[in-house]
Design a protein around this ligand. Structure first.
Ligand code: ADP
Ligand code: ZN
Length: 620
Protein backbone atom coordinates (compact mmCIF):
# COMPACT_ATOMS: atom_id res chain seq x y z
CA UNK A 1 0.00 0.00 0.00
CA UNK A 2 1.41 3.35 -0.93
CA UNK A 3 1.84 6.26 1.39
CA UNK A 4 -1.03 8.07 -0.24
CA UNK A 5 -3.29 5.15 0.19
CA UNK A 6 -2.49 4.80 3.80
CA UNK A 7 -3.18 8.41 4.57
CA UNK A 8 -6.47 8.16 2.78
CA UNK A 9 -7.54 5.43 5.14
CA UNK A 10 -6.45 7.53 8.06
CA UNK A 11 -8.71 10.36 6.94
CA UNK A 12 -11.47 7.93 6.31
CA UNK A 13 -11.30 6.58 9.83
CA UNK A 14 -11.23 10.07 11.34
CA UNK A 15 -14.30 11.13 9.38
CA UNK A 16 -16.26 8.02 10.22
CA UNK A 17 -15.28 8.52 13.85
CA UNK A 18 -16.61 12.08 13.80
CA UNK A 19 -19.87 10.97 12.27
CA UNK A 20 -20.37 8.22 14.81
CA UNK A 21 -19.66 10.69 17.59
CA UNK A 22 -22.32 13.09 16.30
CA UNK A 23 -24.88 10.34 16.04
CA UNK A 24 -24.07 9.22 19.54
CA UNK A 25 -24.53 12.74 20.94
CA UNK A 26 -27.93 12.78 19.26
CA UNK A 27 -29.06 9.54 20.76
CA UNK A 28 -28.13 10.73 24.24
CA UNK A 29 -31.19 12.94 24.24
CA UNK A 30 -33.66 10.25 23.39
CA UNK A 31 -32.68 7.77 26.02
CA UNK A 32 -35.68 7.05 28.16
CA UNK A 33 -34.66 3.94 29.96
CA UNK A 34 -37.57 1.92 28.70
CA UNK A 35 -40.16 4.03 30.49
CA UNK A 36 -43.57 3.27 29.00
CA UNK A 37 -46.99 4.84 28.98
CA UNK A 38 -48.35 1.82 30.80
CA UNK A 39 -45.97 2.42 33.69
CA UNK A 40 -46.92 6.09 33.73
CA UNK A 41 -50.63 5.36 33.85
CA UNK A 42 -50.09 2.91 36.66
CA UNK A 43 -48.15 5.50 38.59
CA UNK A 44 -50.96 8.02 38.00
CA UNK A 45 -53.47 5.53 39.36
CA UNK A 46 -51.27 4.81 42.38
CA UNK A 47 -50.96 8.53 42.92
CA UNK A 48 -47.20 8.42 42.72
CA UNK A 49 -46.82 11.32 40.28
CA UNK A 50 -45.98 14.75 41.68
CA UNK A 51 -45.28 17.09 38.77
CA UNK A 52 -45.78 16.78 35.05
CA UNK A 53 -44.19 19.11 32.60
CA UNK A 54 -45.46 18.82 29.05
CA UNK A 55 -43.06 19.78 26.29
CA UNK A 56 -44.67 19.74 22.85
CA UNK A 57 -42.36 19.18 19.93
CA UNK A 58 -42.14 21.45 16.98
CA UNK A 59 -44.07 18.77 15.10
CA UNK A 60 -47.19 18.90 17.29
CA UNK A 61 -49.06 16.99 18.55
CA UNK A 62 -46.03 14.89 19.44
CA UNK A 63 -43.96 15.80 22.42
CA UNK A 64 -42.62 14.58 25.71
CA UNK A 65 -43.59 14.58 29.33
CA UNK A 66 -41.08 15.30 32.04
CA UNK A 67 -42.45 13.53 35.03
CA UNK A 68 -41.29 13.97 38.58
CA UNK A 69 -42.43 11.24 40.91
CA UNK A 70 -43.26 11.79 44.54
CA UNK A 71 -40.23 9.66 45.35
CA UNK A 72 -38.17 12.38 43.66
CA UNK A 73 -37.23 10.29 40.63
CA UNK A 74 -37.55 11.82 37.22
CA UNK A 75 -38.82 10.18 34.08
CA UNK A 76 -39.25 11.20 30.48
CA UNK A 77 -42.06 9.82 28.34
CA UNK A 78 -42.33 10.44 24.62
CA UNK A 79 -45.90 10.75 23.44
CA UNK A 80 -47.67 11.04 20.14
CA UNK A 81 -50.42 13.37 21.27
CA UNK A 82 -49.67 15.91 23.99
CA UNK A 83 -53.22 17.25 24.23
CA UNK A 84 -54.60 13.82 24.91
CA UNK A 85 -51.94 13.32 27.56
CA UNK A 86 -52.75 16.68 29.13
CA UNK A 87 -56.39 15.61 29.52
CA UNK A 88 -55.31 12.31 30.94
CA UNK A 89 -53.06 13.96 33.50
CA UNK A 90 -55.71 16.50 34.43
CA UNK A 91 -58.22 13.67 34.94
CA UNK A 92 -55.97 12.55 37.78
CA UNK A 93 -56.13 15.99 39.35
CA UNK A 94 -52.65 16.98 38.42
CA UNK A 95 -52.14 20.38 36.94
CA UNK A 96 -49.37 20.00 34.39
CA UNK A 97 -47.24 22.87 33.22
CA UNK A 98 -47.27 23.16 29.49
CA UNK A 99 -44.27 24.64 27.76
CA UNK A 100 -44.49 26.58 24.58
CA UNK A 101 -43.69 24.96 21.30
CA UNK A 102 -39.92 25.48 21.09
CA UNK A 103 -38.68 28.31 18.99
CA UNK A 104 -36.56 27.27 16.06
CA UNK A 105 -33.16 27.17 17.60
CA UNK A 106 -31.36 29.46 15.29
CA UNK A 107 -27.95 28.27 16.34
CA UNK A 108 -28.69 24.57 16.26
CA UNK A 109 -30.53 24.59 13.00
CA UNK A 110 -28.56 26.88 10.79
CA UNK A 111 -25.20 27.74 12.25
CA UNK A 112 -24.14 24.38 13.63
CA UNK A 113 -24.31 22.36 10.40
CA UNK A 114 -22.41 25.06 8.57
CA UNK A 115 -19.90 25.22 11.35
CA UNK A 116 -19.34 21.47 11.20
CA UNK A 117 -18.84 21.56 7.46
CA UNK A 118 -16.39 24.42 7.78
CA UNK A 119 -14.46 22.66 10.50
CA UNK A 120 -14.22 19.48 8.48
CA UNK A 121 -13.06 21.40 5.43
CA UNK A 122 -10.42 23.27 7.36
CA UNK A 123 -9.28 20.02 8.89
CA UNK A 124 -8.91 18.42 5.44
CA UNK A 125 -7.13 21.40 4.08
CA UNK A 126 -4.63 21.53 6.89
CA UNK A 127 -3.94 17.83 6.64
CA UNK A 128 -3.50 17.97 2.92
CA UNK A 129 -1.02 20.76 3.14
CA UNK A 130 0.85 19.03 5.89
CA UNK A 131 1.10 15.97 3.72
CA UNK A 132 2.30 17.87 0.73
CA UNK A 133 4.86 19.78 2.68
CA UNK A 134 6.23 16.61 4.17
CA UNK A 135 5.97 14.31 1.23
CA UNK A 136 7.45 16.42 -1.52
CA UNK A 137 6.04 15.67 -4.89
CA UNK A 138 3.70 12.91 -3.73
CA UNK A 139 0.13 13.65 -4.51
CA UNK A 140 -2.82 15.35 -2.99
CA UNK A 141 -5.20 12.98 -1.40
CA UNK A 142 -8.17 14.89 -2.66
CA UNK A 143 -7.03 14.17 -6.18
CA UNK A 144 -8.45 10.79 -5.83
CA UNK A 145 -9.48 10.13 -9.36
CA UNK A 146 -7.03 12.63 -10.71
CA UNK A 147 -3.80 11.84 -12.37
CA UNK A 148 -0.80 11.85 -10.15
CA UNK A 149 1.49 12.60 -13.01
CA UNK A 150 4.27 14.88 -12.01
CA UNK A 151 4.95 17.71 -14.37
CA UNK A 152 8.46 18.94 -14.85
CA UNK A 153 9.28 21.63 -17.23
CA UNK A 154 12.32 23.57 -18.25
CA UNK A 155 14.17 25.22 -15.45
CA UNK A 156 17.74 25.11 -14.35
CA UNK A 157 18.27 21.41 -13.96
CA UNK A 158 16.92 20.37 -17.30
CA UNK A 159 18.57 17.19 -18.46
CA UNK A 160 19.92 16.99 -21.97
CA UNK A 161 21.04 14.08 -24.08
CA UNK A 162 24.62 15.11 -23.39
CA UNK A 163 24.19 14.02 -19.80
CA UNK A 164 23.22 10.54 -20.91
CA UNK A 165 26.44 8.68 -21.42
CA UNK A 166 26.80 5.67 -23.67
CA UNK A 167 23.48 4.43 -25.09
CA UNK A 168 24.56 5.63 -28.48
CA UNK A 169 22.20 3.54 -30.56
CA UNK A 170 19.31 4.23 -28.24
CA UNK A 171 19.87 7.96 -28.51
CA UNK A 172 20.08 7.76 -32.28
CA UNK A 173 16.80 5.92 -32.44
CA UNK A 174 15.15 8.58 -30.35
CA UNK A 175 16.58 11.51 -32.27
CA UNK A 176 13.58 11.72 -34.60
CA UNK A 177 11.29 12.02 -31.63
CA UNK A 178 13.27 14.96 -30.36
CA UNK A 179 13.00 16.57 -33.78
CA UNK A 180 9.29 15.91 -33.87
CA UNK A 181 8.65 17.42 -30.46
CA UNK A 182 10.68 20.48 -31.35
CA UNK A 183 8.60 21.15 -34.40
CA UNK A 184 5.63 18.85 -34.98
CA UNK A 185 4.58 20.95 -37.97
CA UNK A 186 7.63 19.90 -39.93
CA UNK A 187 6.44 16.32 -39.87
CA UNK A 188 2.75 16.98 -40.33
CA UNK A 189 3.41 18.97 -43.48
CA UNK A 190 4.92 16.02 -45.30
CA UNK A 191 2.45 13.57 -43.83
CA UNK A 192 5.03 11.67 -41.85
CA UNK A 193 3.79 9.52 -39.04
CA UNK A 194 5.70 9.56 -35.78
CA UNK A 195 5.23 6.77 -33.30
CA UNK A 196 2.84 7.65 -30.49
CA UNK A 197 4.37 5.30 -28.02
CA UNK A 198 7.91 4.21 -27.29
CA UNK A 199 8.57 1.31 -25.01
CA UNK A 200 11.94 1.35 -23.28
CA UNK A 201 12.95 -2.07 -22.14
CA UNK A 202 15.84 -2.78 -19.84
CA UNK A 203 16.99 -3.74 -16.37
CA UNK A 204 16.44 -1.23 -13.57
CA UNK A 205 19.04 1.50 -13.43
CA UNK A 206 20.08 1.35 -17.06
CA UNK A 207 18.94 4.91 -17.61
CA UNK A 208 15.44 4.60 -19.06
CA UNK A 209 13.98 7.42 -17.01
CA UNK A 210 17.05 9.49 -17.65
CA UNK A 211 16.72 8.96 -21.37
CA UNK A 212 13.07 9.97 -21.42
CA UNK A 213 13.78 13.06 -19.36
CA UNK A 214 16.69 13.97 -21.60
CA UNK A 215 14.45 13.83 -24.64
CA UNK A 216 11.99 16.20 -23.04
CA UNK A 217 14.87 18.41 -22.01
CA UNK A 218 16.46 18.34 -25.42
CA UNK A 219 13.20 19.24 -27.14
CA UNK A 220 12.31 21.65 -24.35
CA UNK A 221 8.83 20.28 -23.80
CA UNK A 222 6.95 19.44 -20.59
CA UNK A 223 7.59 16.03 -19.08
CA UNK A 224 4.83 14.19 -17.26
CA UNK A 225 6.01 11.25 -15.26
CA UNK A 226 3.97 8.69 -13.44
CA UNK A 227 4.55 5.17 -12.27
CA UNK A 228 2.37 2.32 -13.43
CA UNK A 229 1.75 1.35 -9.84
CA UNK A 230 0.13 4.75 -9.21
CA UNK A 231 -2.74 3.63 -11.38
CA UNK A 232 -3.45 0.49 -9.51
CA UNK A 233 -5.68 1.31 -6.60
CA UNK A 234 -8.02 -0.51 -4.32
CA UNK A 235 -11.03 1.16 -5.82
CA UNK A 236 -12.34 0.12 -9.17
CA UNK A 237 -12.43 2.95 -11.63
CA UNK A 238 -9.88 5.17 -9.98
CA UNK A 239 -7.03 4.01 -12.19
CA UNK A 240 -9.04 4.51 -15.34
CA UNK A 241 -10.08 7.97 -14.32
CA UNK A 242 -6.49 8.85 -13.53
CA UNK A 243 -5.44 7.78 -17.00
CA UNK A 244 -8.18 9.92 -18.51
CA UNK A 245 -7.16 12.86 -16.44
CA UNK A 246 -3.51 12.48 -17.29
CA UNK A 247 -4.14 12.50 -21.01
CA UNK A 248 -6.47 15.48 -20.72
CA UNK A 249 -3.75 17.33 -18.85
CA UNK A 250 -1.14 16.32 -21.40
CA UNK A 251 -3.26 17.53 -24.29
CA UNK A 252 -3.33 20.95 -22.71
CA UNK A 253 0.46 20.97 -22.64
CA UNK A 254 1.18 19.42 -26.04
CA UNK A 255 3.74 18.95 -27.42
CA UNK A 256 4.92 16.99 -24.43
CA UNK A 257 6.09 13.62 -23.19
CA UNK A 258 4.19 11.31 -20.89
CA UNK A 259 6.49 8.87 -19.16
CA UNK A 260 5.01 5.80 -17.50
CA UNK A 261 7.53 3.98 -15.38
CA UNK A 262 6.97 0.30 -14.53
CA UNK A 263 4.21 -0.01 -17.07
CA UNK A 264 4.03 -3.73 -16.35
CA UNK A 265 2.06 -2.86 -13.21
CA UNK A 266 -0.90 -1.90 -15.37
CA UNK A 267 -0.21 -3.52 -18.68
CA UNK A 268 0.21 -7.09 -17.59
CA UNK A 269 -1.32 -9.65 -19.89
CA UNK A 270 -5.05 -9.57 -19.33
CA UNK A 271 -7.00 -12.50 -18.04
CA UNK A 272 -4.11 -14.10 -16.20
CA UNK A 273 -4.66 -12.55 -12.81
CA UNK A 274 -4.88 -14.94 -9.93
CA UNK A 275 -8.39 -15.52 -8.70
CA UNK A 276 -10.18 -14.48 -11.82
CA UNK A 277 -8.29 -11.44 -12.93
CA UNK A 278 -7.90 -7.98 -11.62
CA UNK A 279 -10.82 -5.91 -12.79
CA UNK A 280 -9.33 -2.64 -11.77
CA UNK A 281 -6.09 -3.22 -13.62
CA UNK A 282 -7.87 -4.34 -16.74
CA UNK A 283 -10.06 -1.28 -16.70
CA UNK A 284 -7.03 0.91 -16.32
CA UNK A 285 -5.24 -0.81 -19.15
CA UNK A 286 -8.30 -0.56 -21.37
CA UNK A 287 -8.54 3.13 -20.64
CA UNK A 288 -4.87 3.56 -21.50
CA UNK A 289 -5.41 1.82 -24.83
CA UNK A 290 -8.50 3.89 -25.53
CA UNK A 291 -6.62 7.10 -24.83
CA UNK A 292 -3.69 6.08 -26.99
CA UNK A 293 -5.98 5.16 -29.85
CA UNK A 294 -7.94 8.31 -29.28
CA UNK A 295 -5.41 10.99 -29.91
CA UNK A 296 -4.37 11.75 -33.40
CA UNK A 297 -1.05 10.77 -34.83
CA UNK A 298 0.55 14.16 -34.74
CA UNK A 299 -1.05 15.76 -31.76
CA UNK A 300 2.34 16.16 -30.24
CA UNK A 301 2.04 13.74 -27.36
CA UNK A 302 4.64 11.04 -27.13
CA UNK A 303 3.99 8.36 -24.58
CA UNK A 304 7.14 6.70 -23.34
CA UNK A 305 6.98 3.73 -21.03
CA UNK A 306 9.62 1.74 -19.23
CA UNK A 307 9.64 -1.87 -18.15
CA UNK A 308 12.05 -4.65 -17.51
CA UNK A 309 9.48 -7.30 -18.28
CA UNK A 310 8.32 -7.02 -21.86
CA UNK A 311 7.45 -10.70 -21.78
CA UNK A 312 4.57 -10.19 -19.36
CA UNK A 313 3.03 -7.23 -21.16
CA UNK A 314 -0.31 -7.52 -22.83
CA UNK A 315 0.33 -7.88 -26.55
CA UNK A 316 -2.40 -5.32 -27.18
CA UNK A 317 -0.21 -2.47 -26.05
CA UNK A 318 2.43 -3.30 -28.62
CA UNK A 319 0.07 -2.95 -31.55
CA UNK A 320 0.57 -0.26 -34.20
CA UNK A 321 -0.63 3.11 -33.02
CA UNK A 322 0.23 2.27 -29.45
CA UNK A 323 3.70 1.36 -28.26
CA UNK A 324 4.87 0.44 -31.69
CA UNK A 325 8.49 1.37 -31.11
CA UNK A 326 10.45 -0.81 -28.78
CA UNK A 327 13.91 0.22 -27.70
CA UNK A 328 16.09 -2.05 -25.65
CA UNK A 329 18.21 -0.15 -23.18
CA UNK A 330 21.04 -2.51 -22.47
CA UNK A 331 23.49 -2.50 -19.62
CA UNK A 332 26.52 -0.53 -20.78
CA UNK A 333 29.64 -2.10 -22.28
CA UNK A 334 33.19 -1.13 -21.27
CA UNK A 335 33.19 2.08 -23.27
CA UNK A 336 29.73 3.00 -22.07
CA UNK A 337 30.72 2.40 -18.48
CA UNK A 338 33.75 4.60 -18.84
CA UNK A 339 31.61 7.38 -20.31
CA UNK A 340 29.07 7.08 -17.52
CA UNK A 341 31.85 7.20 -14.94
CA UNK A 342 33.14 10.35 -16.61
CA UNK A 343 29.73 11.99 -16.44
CA UNK A 344 29.34 11.28 -12.78
CA UNK A 345 32.94 12.13 -11.94
CA UNK A 346 32.45 15.64 -13.27
CA UNK A 347 31.48 17.20 -9.98
CA UNK A 348 33.84 15.06 -7.97
CA UNK A 349 37.50 16.08 -7.85
CA UNK A 350 39.52 12.99 -8.70
CA UNK A 351 43.05 12.29 -7.57
CA UNK A 352 45.60 11.69 -10.31
CA UNK A 353 45.81 8.00 -9.45
CA UNK A 354 42.21 7.38 -10.41
CA UNK A 355 41.92 5.27 -13.53
CA UNK A 356 38.35 5.33 -14.76
CA UNK A 357 39.15 3.05 -17.66
CA UNK A 358 40.39 0.39 -15.32
CA UNK A 359 37.26 0.76 -13.16
CA UNK A 360 35.13 0.39 -16.25
CA UNK A 361 36.89 -2.87 -17.05
CA UNK A 362 36.21 -4.39 -13.67
CA UNK A 363 32.55 -3.46 -13.48
CA UNK A 364 30.98 -5.66 -16.14
CA UNK A 365 27.26 -5.88 -15.51
CA UNK A 366 27.06 -2.63 -13.59
CA UNK A 367 24.25 -0.38 -14.74
CA UNK A 368 24.46 3.39 -14.91
CA UNK A 369 22.76 3.61 -11.54
CA UNK A 370 25.29 1.20 -10.03
CA UNK A 371 28.19 3.24 -11.37
CA UNK A 372 26.73 6.44 -10.06
CA UNK A 373 26.29 4.78 -6.72
CA UNK A 374 29.86 3.53 -6.84
CA UNK A 375 31.32 6.99 -7.32
CA UNK A 376 29.03 8.41 -4.71
CA UNK A 377 30.19 5.85 -2.16
CA UNK A 378 33.76 6.65 -3.09
CA UNK A 379 33.14 10.33 -2.51
CA UNK A 380 31.65 9.51 0.87
CA UNK A 381 34.77 7.50 1.69
CA UNK A 382 36.92 10.48 0.76
CA UNK A 383 34.86 12.81 2.90
CA UNK A 384 35.09 10.43 5.84
CA UNK A 385 38.83 10.62 5.41
CA UNK A 386 38.59 14.43 5.41
CA UNK A 387 40.09 14.56 1.96
CA UNK A 388 38.93 16.99 -0.73
CA UNK A 389 39.41 14.59 -3.63
CA UNK A 390 38.66 10.99 -4.46
CA UNK A 391 41.49 8.46 -4.61
CA UNK A 392 41.55 5.14 -6.43
CA UNK A 393 41.63 3.55 -2.99
CA UNK A 394 38.22 5.10 -2.15
CA UNK A 395 36.74 3.65 -5.27
CA UNK A 396 38.16 0.23 -4.51
CA UNK A 397 36.58 0.33 -1.07
CA UNK A 398 33.27 1.50 -2.50
CA UNK A 399 33.48 -1.25 -5.06
CA UNK A 400 33.46 -3.92 -2.39
CA UNK A 401 30.57 -2.25 -0.60
CA UNK A 402 28.44 -1.64 -3.69
CA UNK A 403 29.37 -4.90 -5.34
CA UNK A 404 28.41 -6.98 -2.37
CA UNK A 405 25.40 -4.89 -1.47
CA UNK A 406 23.92 -5.17 -4.89
CA UNK A 407 24.91 -8.75 -5.37
CA UNK A 408 21.66 -9.94 -6.74
CA UNK A 409 21.36 -7.18 -9.25
CA UNK A 410 24.82 -7.00 -10.65
CA UNK A 411 27.21 -9.63 -9.61
CA UNK A 412 30.82 -8.80 -9.97
CA UNK A 413 31.95 -11.17 -12.63
CA UNK A 414 35.26 -12.88 -12.30
CA UNK A 415 37.64 -13.04 -15.24
CA UNK A 416 37.16 -16.78 -15.44
CA UNK A 417 33.39 -16.46 -15.67
CA UNK A 418 33.76 -13.80 -18.29
CA UNK A 419 36.00 -16.03 -20.34
CA UNK A 420 33.60 -18.94 -20.15
CA UNK A 421 30.73 -16.72 -21.18
CA UNK A 422 32.75 -15.34 -24.09
CA UNK A 423 33.44 -18.80 -25.47
CA UNK A 424 29.87 -19.89 -24.82
CA UNK A 425 28.41 -17.00 -26.78
CA UNK A 426 31.03 -17.35 -29.50
CA UNK A 427 29.91 -20.96 -29.89
CA UNK A 428 26.29 -19.90 -30.44
CA UNK A 429 27.34 -17.13 -32.78
CA UNK A 430 29.48 -19.29 -35.04
CA UNK A 431 26.64 -21.74 -35.59
CA UNK A 432 24.19 -18.94 -36.27
CA UNK A 433 26.55 -17.68 -38.92
CA UNK A 434 27.60 -20.93 -40.53
CA UNK A 435 24.22 -22.68 -40.69
CA UNK A 436 22.27 -21.53 -43.73
CA UNK A 437 18.75 -21.03 -42.37
CA UNK A 438 19.49 -19.18 -39.14
CA UNK A 439 21.18 -15.89 -38.41
CA UNK A 440 22.70 -13.51 -39.33
CA UNK A 441 24.16 -12.51 -36.02
CA UNK A 442 23.41 -8.96 -35.05
CA UNK A 443 24.94 -8.64 -31.64
CA UNK A 444 27.03 -10.85 -29.45
CA UNK A 445 27.38 -9.68 -25.90
CA UNK A 446 28.83 -10.92 -22.65
CA UNK A 447 27.26 -8.16 -20.61
CA UNK A 448 24.96 -9.75 -18.05
CA UNK A 449 21.38 -8.93 -18.87
CA UNK A 450 20.21 -8.56 -15.30
CA UNK A 451 17.58 -11.18 -16.03
CA UNK A 452 19.77 -14.11 -15.23
CA UNK A 453 21.62 -14.57 -18.50
CA UNK A 454 25.38 -14.10 -18.51
CA UNK A 455 25.36 -12.93 -22.10
CA UNK A 456 23.44 -13.22 -25.29
CA UNK A 457 23.78 -13.76 -28.99
CA UNK A 458 21.11 -12.01 -30.93
CA UNK A 459 20.15 -12.90 -34.44
CA UNK A 460 17.84 -10.82 -36.52
CA UNK A 461 14.50 -10.09 -34.89
CA UNK A 462 12.17 -13.06 -35.37
CA UNK A 463 10.49 -13.26 -38.67
CA UNK A 464 6.83 -13.97 -38.95
CA UNK A 465 6.99 -17.27 -40.66
CA UNK A 466 4.10 -19.39 -41.67
CA UNK A 467 5.90 -22.56 -40.92
CA UNK A 468 9.26 -23.86 -39.99
CA UNK A 469 11.10 -26.40 -42.03
CA UNK A 470 12.56 -29.48 -40.48
CA UNK A 471 16.02 -28.29 -41.49
CA UNK A 472 15.51 -24.96 -39.78
CA UNK A 473 14.35 -26.65 -36.59
CA UNK A 474 17.39 -28.90 -36.53
CA UNK A 475 19.62 -25.90 -37.05
CA UNK A 476 17.92 -24.12 -34.17
CA UNK A 477 18.71 -27.06 -31.96
CA UNK A 478 22.32 -27.00 -33.07
CA UNK A 479 22.61 -23.30 -32.33
CA UNK A 480 21.18 -23.85 -28.85
CA UNK A 481 23.76 -26.52 -28.16
CA UNK A 482 26.63 -24.39 -29.48
CA UNK A 483 27.32 -22.68 -26.17
CA UNK A 484 27.82 -25.87 -24.25
CA UNK A 485 29.90 -27.39 -27.04
CA UNK A 486 32.29 -24.44 -27.05
CA UNK A 487 32.70 -24.68 -23.29
CA UNK A 488 33.43 -28.35 -23.61
CA UNK A 489 36.02 -27.87 -26.35
CA UNK A 490 37.92 -25.09 -24.62
CA UNK A 491 37.67 -25.93 -20.94
CA UNK A 492 38.10 -29.30 -19.32
CA UNK A 493 35.01 -28.65 -17.34
CA UNK A 494 31.48 -27.67 -18.26
CA UNK A 495 29.19 -25.27 -16.46
CA UNK A 496 25.57 -24.96 -15.47
CA UNK A 497 25.28 -21.89 -17.67
CA UNK A 498 23.79 -23.84 -20.54
CA UNK A 499 20.72 -25.15 -18.75
CA UNK A 500 18.22 -22.94 -20.53
CA UNK A 501 19.86 -23.70 -23.87
CA UNK A 502 19.50 -27.40 -23.19
CA UNK A 503 15.91 -26.98 -22.19
CA UNK A 504 15.16 -25.08 -25.36
CA UNK A 505 16.84 -27.69 -27.55
CA UNK A 506 15.02 -30.53 -25.84
CA UNK A 507 11.68 -28.85 -26.14
CA UNK A 508 12.17 -28.24 -29.80
CA UNK A 509 13.30 -31.80 -30.46
CA UNK A 510 10.35 -33.16 -28.54
CA UNK A 511 7.84 -31.11 -30.44
CA UNK A 512 9.40 -32.26 -33.71
CA UNK A 513 8.69 -35.82 -32.66
CA UNK A 514 5.35 -35.53 -30.91
CA UNK A 515 3.74 -32.66 -32.75
CA UNK A 516 5.07 -32.20 -36.22
CA UNK A 517 5.52 -35.81 -37.24
CA UNK A 518 9.13 -35.25 -38.22
CA UNK A 519 10.53 -38.51 -36.97
CA UNK A 520 10.48 -41.63 -39.10
CA UNK A 521 10.28 -44.06 -36.21
CA UNK A 522 7.34 -42.39 -34.54
CA UNK A 523 5.48 -41.43 -37.67
CA UNK A 524 3.03 -38.71 -38.45
CA UNK A 525 1.01 -38.92 -35.29
CA UNK A 526 0.33 -36.23 -32.75
CA UNK A 527 1.24 -37.34 -29.25
CA UNK A 528 1.03 -33.91 -27.79
CA UNK A 529 -2.30 -32.22 -27.40
CA UNK A 530 -1.46 -29.88 -24.57
CA UNK A 531 -1.67 -26.97 -26.86
CA UNK A 532 -3.19 -24.50 -24.53
CA UNK A 533 -1.47 -23.88 -21.28
CA UNK A 534 -4.33 -22.06 -19.70
CA UNK A 535 -4.57 -24.29 -16.71
CA UNK A 536 -1.54 -24.72 -14.60
CA UNK A 537 -1.37 -28.20 -13.30
CA UNK A 538 -3.35 -29.52 -16.17
CA UNK A 539 -0.55 -31.83 -17.10
CA UNK A 540 -0.90 -33.52 -13.77
CA UNK A 541 -4.54 -34.25 -14.16
CA UNK A 542 -4.24 -34.99 -17.80
CA UNK A 543 -4.42 -38.59 -18.80
CA UNK A 544 -1.73 -39.64 -21.19
CA UNK A 545 -3.10 -40.50 -24.55
CA UNK A 546 -0.41 -42.96 -25.41
CA UNK A 547 1.20 -46.01 -23.94
CA UNK A 548 4.38 -46.31 -21.93
CA UNK A 549 5.89 -48.07 -24.88
CA UNK A 550 5.34 -45.07 -27.13
CA UNK A 551 6.67 -42.79 -24.40
CA UNK A 552 9.89 -44.72 -24.38
CA UNK A 553 10.10 -44.55 -28.15
CA UNK A 554 9.55 -40.80 -28.10
CA UNK A 555 12.31 -40.31 -25.55
CA UNK A 556 14.66 -42.43 -27.63
CA UNK A 557 13.84 -40.43 -30.72
CA UNK A 558 14.34 -37.09 -28.97
CA UNK A 559 17.69 -38.25 -27.72
CA UNK A 560 18.70 -39.36 -31.19
CA UNK A 561 17.88 -35.95 -32.64
CA UNK A 562 19.80 -34.11 -29.93
CA UNK A 563 22.80 -36.41 -30.18
CA UNK A 564 22.94 -36.03 -33.91
CA UNK A 565 22.67 -32.25 -33.71
CA UNK A 566 25.32 -32.16 -31.02
CA UNK A 567 27.79 -34.07 -33.16
CA UNK A 568 27.17 -31.98 -36.26
CA UNK A 569 27.41 -28.73 -34.32
CA UNK A 570 30.61 -29.84 -32.68
CA UNK A 571 32.17 -30.60 -36.06
CA UNK A 572 31.31 -27.12 -37.31
CA UNK A 573 32.75 -25.42 -34.26
CA UNK A 574 35.90 -27.51 -34.39
CA UNK A 575 36.35 -26.58 -38.02
CA UNK A 576 36.10 -22.92 -37.01
CA UNK A 577 38.15 -23.15 -33.85
CA UNK A 578 40.31 -20.22 -34.88
CA UNK A 579 37.20 -18.04 -35.19
CA UNK A 580 36.05 -19.28 -31.81
CA UNK A 581 39.24 -18.04 -30.20
CA UNK A 582 39.27 -14.77 -32.09
CA UNK A 583 35.63 -14.12 -31.29
CA UNK A 584 36.05 -14.87 -27.60
CA UNK A 585 39.07 -12.60 -27.40
CA UNK A 586 37.24 -9.78 -29.11
CA UNK A 587 34.33 -10.24 -26.77
CA UNK A 588 36.57 -10.12 -23.74
CA UNK A 589 38.00 -6.89 -25.00
CA UNK A 590 34.82 -5.17 -26.13
CA UNK A 591 32.10 -7.08 -24.30
CA UNK A 592 29.70 -6.46 -27.15
CA UNK A 593 30.35 -6.82 -30.85
CA UNK A 594 28.15 -6.08 -33.81
CA UNK A 595 27.48 -7.90 -37.04
CA UNK A 596 30.33 -6.37 -39.04
CA UNK A 597 32.89 -6.98 -36.34
CA UNK A 598 31.75 -10.55 -35.99
CA UNK A 599 31.64 -11.39 -39.69
CA UNK A 600 35.10 -9.97 -40.21
CA UNK A 601 36.43 -12.86 -38.15
CA UNK A 602 35.61 -15.40 -40.87
CA UNK A 603 37.79 -16.06 -43.89
CA UNK A 604 35.19 -18.10 -45.68
CA UNK A 605 31.97 -16.61 -46.98
CA UNK A 606 28.77 -18.10 -45.66
CA UNK A 607 25.56 -16.94 -47.31
CA UNK A 608 23.07 -15.54 -44.81
CA UNK A 609 19.31 -16.01 -44.94
CA UNK A 610 17.35 -13.17 -46.40
CA UNK A 611 16.37 -10.42 -44.09
CA UNK A 612 12.70 -9.72 -43.67
CA UNK A 613 11.86 -6.61 -45.58
CA UNK A 614 14.89 -6.94 -47.80
CA UNK A 615 12.75 -8.44 -50.49
CA UNK A 616 10.03 -5.83 -50.36
CA UNK A 617 9.70 -4.29 -53.76
CA UNK A 618 11.40 -7.06 -55.65
CA UNK A 619 8.86 -9.68 -54.88
CA UNK A 620 6.04 -10.02 -57.31
P1 ADP B 1 15.84 3.26 -14.94
O1 ADP B 1 14.76 4.23 -15.22
O2 ADP B 1 16.28 2.51 -16.16
O3 ADP B 1 15.59 2.36 -13.80
P2 ADP B 1 17.25 5.64 -14.27
O4 ADP B 1 17.10 6.39 -15.53
O5 ADP B 1 16.35 6.02 -13.15
O6 ADP B 1 17.14 4.10 -14.53
O7 ADP B 1 18.77 5.74 -13.81
C1 ADP B 1 19.13 5.94 -12.49
C2 ADP B 1 20.37 6.79 -12.40
O8 ADP B 1 21.50 6.11 -12.93
C3 ADP B 1 20.27 8.07 -13.20
O9 ADP B 1 19.67 9.07 -12.45
C4 ADP B 1 21.72 8.37 -13.52
O10 ADP B 1 22.32 9.06 -12.46
C5 ADP B 1 22.35 7.01 -13.60
N1 ADP B 1 22.48 6.58 -14.99
C6 ADP B 1 21.90 5.52 -15.55
N2 ADP B 1 22.24 5.40 -16.85
C7 ADP B 1 23.06 6.43 -17.12
C8 ADP B 1 23.73 6.88 -18.31
N3 ADP B 1 23.64 6.21 -19.47
N4 ADP B 1 24.48 7.98 -18.23
C9 ADP B 1 24.57 8.66 -17.07
N5 ADP B 1 23.96 8.30 -15.94
C10 ADP B 1 23.22 7.19 -15.93
ZN1 ZN C 1 23.74 -20.11 -24.28
Amino acid sequence: MSRNNRSFYLYFIVIVGLLLFTVWIGTLQVQHNGYTRGQFEKQLENNEVAIVNICPNKETPTGSLEITLKSGEERVLYVTDVEEMEQLVRSYDIDPTVENVPEESWFLNSILPILIVVIVCVFFFVMMNAQNAGGGGGGKMMNFGKSRAKLTMGGENQITLGQVAGLKEEKEELQEIVEFLKDPGKFTKVGARIPKGVLLEGAPGTGKTLLAKAIAGEANVPFFSISGSDFVEMFVGVGASRVRDMFAEAKRHAPCIIFIDEIDAVARRRGTGMGGGHDEREQTLNQLLVEMDGFGVNEGIIVMAATNRVDILDPAILRPGRFDRKITVAAPDVRGREDILKVHAKNKPLGDDVDLQQIAQTTAGFTGADLENLLNEAAINAAMDKRAFVKQEDIKKAFIKVGIGAEKKSRIISDKEKKITAYHEAGHAILFHVLPDVGPVYTVSIIPTGLGAAGYTMPLPEKDEMFMTKGRMLQDIMVSLGGRIAEEIIFDDITTGASSDIKKATKRARSMVTRYGMSDNIGVINYDDDDDEVFIGRDLAHAKNHSELISGEIDKEVKAIIDDCYQKAKDIILKNEDVLHKCAELLLEKEKINRAEFEALFDTYYPQPEEPGATIGTEV
